[in-house]
Write a protein that binds this ligand. Sequence first.
Ligand SMILES: NC(=O)c1ccc[n+]([C@@H]2O[C@H](COP(=O)([O-])OP(=O)(O)OC[C@H]3O[C@@H](n4cnc5c(N)ncnc54)[C@H](OP(=O)(O)O)[C@@H]3O)[C@@H](O)[C@H]2O)c1
Length: 264
Amino acid sequence: MSVDLNDAHVLITGASRGVGAGLAREFRSKGARVTLVARSAGPLEELAAELGGVAIVADLIDPAGRDGLIARAEEQAGPVDVLVNNAGIDATGGFTDLSADALARLVALNVLTPMELSRQVLPGMVARERGHLLMISSLAGVAVLPGMTAYASSKSALTHFTSGLRAELRGLPVGTTVVEVGLIPTEMRDAVVAYAPTAAAFRRFYRLGVLTDTSLEKVCRASVAAVARGRRHVRYPRRALTFPLLAEAPRRMTELILSGVPPR
Ligand SMILES: NC(=O)c1ccc[n+]([C@@H]2O[C@H](COP(=O)([O-])OP(=O)(O)OC[C@H]3O[C@@H](n4cnc5c(N)ncnc54)[C@H](OP(=O)(O)O)[C@@H]3O)[C@@H](O)[C@H]2O)c1
């Protein structure tokens, strides 16, 4: 279902830079009011001031940062119409070189946080019969390269989680969009290709013409347009489309098989 973004309240996690900051600007340009969440108070408050929005400084890895976050945002700016689960970290490197703490932090931010914030926001959306979740997943959620095992697994979980939510929300006016994109030039991209085996794997994909970078502007424009039109997926680069389409096949088949079965 489409979403009228004019005056809609959009909460974006990880909005201090990169994709989150780009999404905040794009949503604002469509008339939305934005609430921005991240740890870096300076850039976050600066962007919120520029966009006339609200800044909530929070560490989402810390349960205290996640607990009651939606209620805090709604106290300040009214019901959340669109939740953007964007905040994410990579942990590029050999899997067993990861410390227990780094692994726990990655899962807490990339998996637990979007699940928990969705848990907090959905009952209100369902009651108001209006709402949308935008999930910033990744092509890594369907195709995993060496050095990206933990990150890719977390994105796979996010994509699959969203598919489950869609099944539970069937028939209700609350939608979801999953963004599955390859590399985007941000600080995270720089960190990912700093690990030689991962960089070599990407080089092979790029040489074969299967992958290419996608600009931040393109990802943000397409993601906001997808929310406005109620589209379920944003997938770039086009040349890699077969990967997410194949991974989606069993989910769509399940949807078809369950189409007559009440979801609630
Ligand atoms: N860049 C790519 O190539 C690419 C490709 C596909 C998908 N993605 C996905 O796009 C999303 C954004 O990535 P990006 O490239 O924009 O990364 P980025 O430039 O590193 O930005 C990450 C954002 O997440 C926030 N963040 C990190 N840790 C946090 C925490 N503990 N609590 C709250 N916020 C936190 C950061 O803000 P603070 O540091 O201020 O907290 C920052 O605003 C991620 O989910 C990523 O997986 C990226």
